[in-house]
Every structure is written in structure tokens, then in C-alpha cells.
Write a protein that binds this ligand. Structure first.
Ligand SMILES: [Zn+2]
Length: 360
């Protein structure tokens, strides 16, 4: 069997015709296998959804009970057969519940990794290297300029700023699923034990994480007084950094935790005073470490900067091609775009916490 026949790029997303399922479909389909709960991968409206229990729970939190016709939870490593095609889910190290999906038929193995990172994250299971014939990789940070560096250094920058400016609220823009909770866990691990305040759009997801791991003293911004925010860490969706919501804080410092913060112009453009290079995606080193380690003879690249990676693979004797799937991106980029679209025709919701920043 040729790999091109096992998984086929279609307008709805990657499709397995033999198993009659799609992986992370961007349009409603009969049967969807979902790698993780970020909104560009996990959409509502499918007939049947197969995903890890955490991904299903997070989708339920985001979309409500009726987000799919039926759901089935799968454990990491559990093998299921769908019309003669064997599938299993393996940790992707991206966010809680995130998985790479291994698809096998007639001895041919393709791994669709969704989004992934191979560096430690205290809030999710570590990335598992899954040997395969074809590895499908994201290329979000697929340029040599993207090197995320040591996360402890970035947390150290924030801790130093908190010590230097004890009267200023530190507003940290962070994606509300995964990034925010990882930052909280890292701050706690670094010894930061003061209350951490949450924007309304982060409460439910962070609450879900907090029953699974100790995230310390978490409080809602709407329950706090201005004086309490002095010198405090306040987590919010990146899009909230630019809106009226920030006026309630004393002399706020805008911080933004993202892999894009490696590019200084991006930080300046967005008025970020304290850029923190923190990403839940592989950087260039991670991508070029994982890709050859899978043993795959062929690499298919999805969203991001595919060209440099295609070239890099060629220099290593690996066949590589971009799949040109549409509808995926870095969560933060998607969020910023969606927030920009939403705010172009409204004003009132800019101060509505529940509406700010969360992708639809
Ligand atoms: Zn993601």
C-alpha cells in the first residue's frame, strides 16, 4: 500500500478512505480523530469523535455537551481497529491530553503528530517517539531563527521583573489552553507562591487543569481589588493585552509568552514590554531532532514554514513534501486573527471577559 492511499489530504483535512475517518478535520465529518483540543484542530459538529479523555473534556468545556454526535475516549497506547485500519494515540507533549495519531494498515505506519514539542512540560505527558514509515510534522517554527532557548531563563526574566517593579501589575498574555497553565506550573516550581490572577476566559480550563495538578493559589481577576494587583501576575489571552480590560490594573507591564517573541519586531509591534520566549511547539532544533529520530523515510509537513524543512530533509536524504492543508496555525496567531475579526465590528464586548480572546 502506498502512503498516499492510506492518508489523503482533502479540503476537510487528512482523510483515511479505508477507515472512513478524518484526522483533525476543519469541516464537519462523520468520524473524526482529534489530536488535541486547540480550536484549529478540534472543531464542533462532527458525527463521532475519537480522542483522549482530556481532549474530549476540554472540547466539552469549550463547545458545550452537544459538540459531537457521539464521543469515544481512547487511552494512550490503546490499539483500536477501524475497518481494518489500526489506530493508536501517543503523547505529543503539546498540551494536556494531546496526542500523535499512529495509523497502520498492511504493515505501513503513518504518524500524524498534530502539534508537538519534545521538551519537558510539567502539565502534560512527555512526547513519545513513535517509529514510523511516514511522519507528518507541523512546521510552525520551521526556520533556524526559531530557537526557544531555556524556559527557566524566561521564567527568571519574569521573576526579576516582579522583584524590580513590585507596584506594577504584570499582565502576561498567554494562550488559554496549555500555555497559561504551563506558566503557572513553572512559576510555582520556581518558588513563586503568591496568588496568580486569571482573566475570565481562562478560569474554566485552568480549573480543569488544577484538579489534576497543584497550581497553587489561583484567583479570578473579577474578584480582585486594584491594590491586590500591584506586583501580581495576571494571566490573560494575548488579545486582552490591547483592550480596555487592562485599565483596571495599576501601571501594567505587558508581557507576552510566545515562540514568536524570538522576533523582536513582533514584540514591538504588539507593544509588549516584557517578551517571554515560551512555546508549546517544537523549535527548529526540536523539529530537526524529532524528524530523523522517528526513522521515517518520508516526511509530510503541514502548517507553518514548510520550505526550510523540506530543504533540510533533502540534505539528509529524506523525502519531504508540504501537504498544503488549510485551516491550521499556531494557536496564538489564530487567536489574534480571530480577535481582530471580532473586534472590527464591535466595541462593547471589548470589556466582556467571557468574550475576549477565546477563539470561537
Ligand atoms: Zn495546538
Amino acid at each position: 500500500m502506498r502512503p498516499e492511499n492510506l492518508l489523503v489530504p482533502t479540503p476537510a483535512g487528512l482523510c483515511c478512505p479505508e477507515g472512513a475517518f478524518h484526522i483533525d478535520p476543519v469541516r464537519p465529518v462523520k468520524r473524526a480523530l482529534i489530536t488535541h483540543a486547540h480550536s484549529d484542530h478540534a472543531r464542533a459538529g462532527h458525527g463521532a469523535v475519537l480522542a483522549t479523555a482530556e481532549t474530549l473534556d476540554l472540547m466539552r468545556l469549550r463547545y458545550g455537551e452537544g459538540f459531537a454526535g457521539t464521543t469515544q475516549a481512547v487511552a494512550y497506547g490503546e490499539r483500536l481497529t477501524i475497518d481494518g485500519t489500526t489506530v493508536s494515540f501517543h503523547p505529543a507533549g503539546h498540551v494536556l491530553g494531546s496526542a500523535q495519531i499512529r495509523v497502520e494498515r498492511n504493515g505501513l505506519v503513518i504518524v500524524a503528530s498534530g502539534d508537538y514539542k519534545d521538551v519537558p512540560d510539567p502539565t502534560c505527558a512527555p512526547f513519545e517517539l513513535v517509529p514510523c514509515d511516514v511522519f507528518i510534522s507541523e512546521a510552525t517554527f520551521g526556520l533556524p531563527v526559531f530557537r526557544h532557548g531555556d524556559i527557566a531563563t524566561e521564567i527568571g526574566k519574569l521573576m526579576r521583573s516582579l522583584a524590580l517593579f513590585p507596584d506594577r501589575a504584570h499582565l502576561v498574555g498567554a494562550y488559554s489552553l496549555g500555555k497559561a497553565q504551563r506558566l503557572i506550573a513553572l512559576l510555582r516550581a520556581a518558588g513563586y507562591d503568591r496568588p496568580i490572577f486569571l482573566h475570565g476566559a481562562m478560569e474554566a480550563i485552568t480549573g480543569y487543569y488544577a484538579v489534576r495538578m497543584d497550581l497553587g493559589d489561583l484567583r479570578a481577576v473579577r474578584d480582585g481589588q486594584k491594590a491586590e494587583f500591584a506586583g501580581a501576575v495576571v494571566l490573560c489571552p494575548p488579545s486582552a493585552l490591547g483592550d480596555r480590560w487592562t485599565r483596571r490594573f495599576p501601571d501594567p507591564i505587558a508581557c507576552f509568552a510566545s515562540g514568536w517573541m524570538r522576533i523582536r519586531a513582533r514584540a514591538r509591534q504588539r507593544g509588549v514590554e516584557l517578551p517571554l520566549v515560551v512555546s508549546d511547539h517544537c523549535d527548529w532544533d526540536g523539529l530537526t531532532r524529532v524528524i530523523p529520530a522517528t526513522g521515517a523515510r518520508e516526511i509530510w509537513l503541514t502548517h507553518g514554514a514548510e520550505e526550510a524543512l523540506v530543504h533540510w530533509c533533502a540534505t539528509r536524504g529524506l523525502r519531504a513534501k508540504p501537504l498544503h492543508l488549510v485551516g491550521y496555525g499556531d494557536e496564538e496567531e489564530v487567536e489574534v486573527l480571530e480577535a481582530a475579526t471580532a473586534s472590527s465590528d464591535q466595541d462593547a464586548s471589548a470589556t466582556d471577559e467571557s468574550a475576549a480572546g477565546e477563539p470561537a
